[in-house]
Design a protein around this ligand. Sequence first.
Ligand SMILES: NC(=O)c1ccc[n+]([C@@H]2O[C@H](COP(=O)([O-])OP(=O)(O)OC[C@H]3O[C@@H](n4cnc5c(N)ncnc54)[C@H](O)[C@@H]3O)[C@@H](O)[C@H]2O)c1
Ligand SMILES: [Zn+2]
Length: 783
Amino acid sequence: MADDARDLPDLTLDEARAEARELTERILEAKDAYYGRDTSLVDDATYDGWMRRLEAIERAHPELAGQDSPTQMVGAAEGTTLATIEHAERMLSLDNVFSIDELREWATKAQDAAGRRVAWLTELKIDGLAINLRYENGVLTSAATRGDGRVGEIVTENALRLADIPERLAGEGHPRIVEVRGEVFIPVEAFEKLNALQADLRDRAVAEGRERAESRGRPFDEDKALLSAVRRFPAFANPRNAASGGLRQQIEKKSGLELEAALARVGSLRLYVHGIGAWQNPPVEAQSEVYALLKEWGLPISPHPKVCASIDEVLAFVEYYGEHRHSVEHELDGIVVKVDELALHDELGATSRAPRWAIAYKYPPEEVHTRLLDIVVSVGRTGRATPYAVMEPAHVAGSVVRQATLHNQDVVKAKGVLIGDTVVLRKAGDVIPEVLGPVVDKRDGTERAFVMPAECPECGTPLRPMKEGDIDLRCPNAKDCPAQVRGRVEHIGSRGALDIEALGEVTAAALTQPDVPADPPLHTEAALFDLTLDQIVPIEVVVRDAETGERRVDEKTGEYVRRAPFRRNPTAAERKEGREGPQPSSQALKLIDELEKAKTKDLWRLLVSLNIRHVGPVAARALATYFGSLDAIRAASREELAGVEGVGPIIADSLLEWFEVDWHIEILDRWRAAGVRFETPGHPGPGAASAGGGVLDGLTVVATGSLEGYSREGAQEAIMKAGGKAASSVSKKTDFVAAGPGAGSKLAKAEHLGVRILDAAQFHILVTEGPGALPPAAEADAG
Ligand SMILES: NC(=O)c1ccc[n+]([C@@H]2O[C@H](COP(=O)([O-])OP(=O)(O)OC[C@H]3O[C@@H](n4cnc5c(N)ncnc54)[C@H](O)[C@@H]3O)[C@@H](O)[C@H]2O)c1
Ligand SMILES: [Zn+2]
């Protein structure tokens, strides 16, 4: 269905009537669920699209716009089970605009209609539900939802549980009757806690069920118990619906876990006041002054509203919060712009649905509904088994999302999603997409719970936590689980390791999990540097998804997408020479060539490529600089390893453990045999020229920034070669700091501590001739 007015001219009256009827039906059904059952059957953008389309049809064919059209009414549920009350003054909705142009147009029109300069009050559009608090002589007599704008549902009892809602107003001189309007909402932080509690309640419900079954000697059906717990304590999909349900629930009828949930939910509700009704002659002249007065009476006012003197200022406010939407304590779906002067409210008036003196500008949606097709488990480089959601492709925040990680089995449980659910998918700004939770109302009974597999999906080894208390499950078959080998080989080629351009994700998969031949060239990374053209040319591979490792299927043919990355057909010239068979592709030649070059790359790169836990580029550089060879690292004690700047006990243990494993040693032996150089040529050995006699004996030097004539490692090596200690941070024990361009906090710290600072030329003198050859400090400073 189109969501705007584009194809309107083509509609005949009959077609328009039919479409209007269908739209109305859908809208009413969605409203009923939204206002009556606190669930969204469709996402807001879809709902707003239907409303806009209906409005456009009614504009083109005014005879279709009856008083009972959703475009003419304030949204409410069809019927309610709660007692109701008539508001003293009608509660309205707000008209919406969806673009800056429309907002400017609205403001210009309002300004023209006012016939004088308008001051604007800009506020955040709080994503909650409207409440009407009726105070008589300063005492709360009722609290009610908006309902259809005339009659609302009575929620006084629950409202009084909110710390934000005073039963008696502070101060004096309160009007005989005033209706205070505001928004009840759940702050983002409280919402997260609330969902954590729901997950906890689900666990406890299952545990209670198990106990009950055991005490009666009956069998316990875990799956069934889980499903029932998910139904009783669902994950809330968004704060708006959770707030609405929280305010409208009948707490007195609940007990046990349900009561606990209900009280927590109502306890998380907050209020910001944003309007008034039925107040004869308020003693102030502007909406912003109303807020000040209400605040004096003890009512909670949002800290965000701002009075703007011009439309441009209004637009700047809109832009600011478009970018800072997520630093606000509550969810917001837009900005409300109001004419500040109260006299103008009366002059401008209202339609049956909304005031003409205010407008809601809506930001683009960050949440959409889509279908959760499956939950699949992928295994990564370190063996961690991660469930992720496979969804029907959804457009959100400017991109198409198909997958989102679910982290681990506990997160899946906490979110309460079932396979087959319609789910709420959120993508805010640059943040990675997240499945928030299910749309419970859309379930039809065919959904099923996700069960974390007991075995690794790639090698069949039973999954288990590696340490006690670990939530993540891992495949313990580190040596030859194809997923882990693939991940490690890819890591070896990455920028932070051996930086082999031809060894990326696809090549890693081709070498470890090819379709042809059946026996892959690499079972572990041990044979990596022995690879030959003969081995790789025959390889055929099914392309896998970058994020998940799933085999990619061609959407047209339904078959796997296959590649033979390492071969090409012979050219005519080659055929003439009798070379009939497939020839190595440029990719194949490049891979072999780059592997050859990688054998003598810097030691730290080789260390990173060994995939030792916690040994990334930073630790690897520290180790390489200090020890100078893999043999020296292997020979070092725990204390010596942990004592190296930038290493520490965790990395030391991880190194020691790594060297204990047979197949790790096999990697080293094979690589060495293939010509891999595990040392820095010319390195003086662990620590420095320890025997003494160097020009820097007993001195500690820090090199920072880029020093002409030295690489980062080169400077450190020069210090150590001269018998000095190359430290990475400046302290009172530091004797010299050599600082070049780009030196940052270390330089500042040296200045602060009064440590002598050297430039590149002076550093060169220091490491070659010693401190005695330096010019006196004062002279150096002057120069
Ligand atoms: N997804 C669905 O199925 C579904 C169904 C119905 C409605 N909706 C959503 O609700 C919207 C319609 O609801 P509506 O009629 O309440 O209109 P609205 O939410 O667009 O705007 C009106 C309401 O905004 C609230 N508000 C928040 N901050 C405010 C502030 N600072 N000042 C004044 N008012 C403020 C008030 O409660 C007011 O009643 C739709 O646009 C859609 O986003 C969704
Ligand atoms: Zn495995």
